[in-house]
Design a protein around this ligand. Structure first.
Ligand code: AMP
Length: 143
């Protein structure tokens, strides 16, 4: 049986994050793998459309800092080194792909809501991560 050595867990910092993280921890224990956590902060320019001239740097910095603090809390609780707690800015799917390649990860763990109908057509982060991933992807069903 092949084993995983590096597991990248994508955390959205909602109340659903522990479900995804707990599953990733189980996999890491079973494979004696290294656990990495990542959260992608979306650029605030996206939310504001970019058509109003405003300096959003401070707001972006605050969001980054808040995300780092929350990821650090998860990391400390589960013994994840600071180096393996990664906060980046961008589109979640592409950032997760980039990090997985950069860090030579062999499994990505994401949450999945099992969407149907129109919601499924609109896509989800899990779908986006699955398409184009160069390693295995575990989609943890959120209940
Ligand atoms: P969604 O499809 O947006 O409901 O998200 C499903 C899963 O994608 C979450 O449980 C996370 O594993 C991952 N995810 C979504 N957004 C982010 C984000 N900004 N940073 C890291 N992971 C994310």
């Amino acid at each position: 049986m092949s084993t995983y050595t590096k597991v990248l867990t994508a955390i959205d910092l909602t109340e659903e994050a522990p479900q995804v993280l707990n599953r990733a921890i189980e996999v890491c224990k079973a494979h004696n793998a290294e656990l990495m956590l990542c959260h992608v902060v979306e650029p605030v320019g996206y939310a504001y459309g970019g058509d109003i001239p405003m300096d959003l740097t401070e707001l972006q910095d605050q969001l980054d800092a808040a995300a780092k603090e929350q990821l650090d809390n998860y990391g400390k609780r589960h013994g994840v080194s600071e180096e393996n707690q990664i906060v980046t800015v961008g589109r979640p799917e592409s950032e997760i792909h980039r990090l997985a390649e950069e860090r030579k990860v062999d499994l990505i763990v994401v949450g999945s809501h099992g969407r149907r109908g129109i919601q499924l057509l609109l896509g989800s982060t899990a779908n986006g991560v699955l398409h184009g991933a160069k390693c295995d992807v575990l989609a943890v069903r959120i209940t």
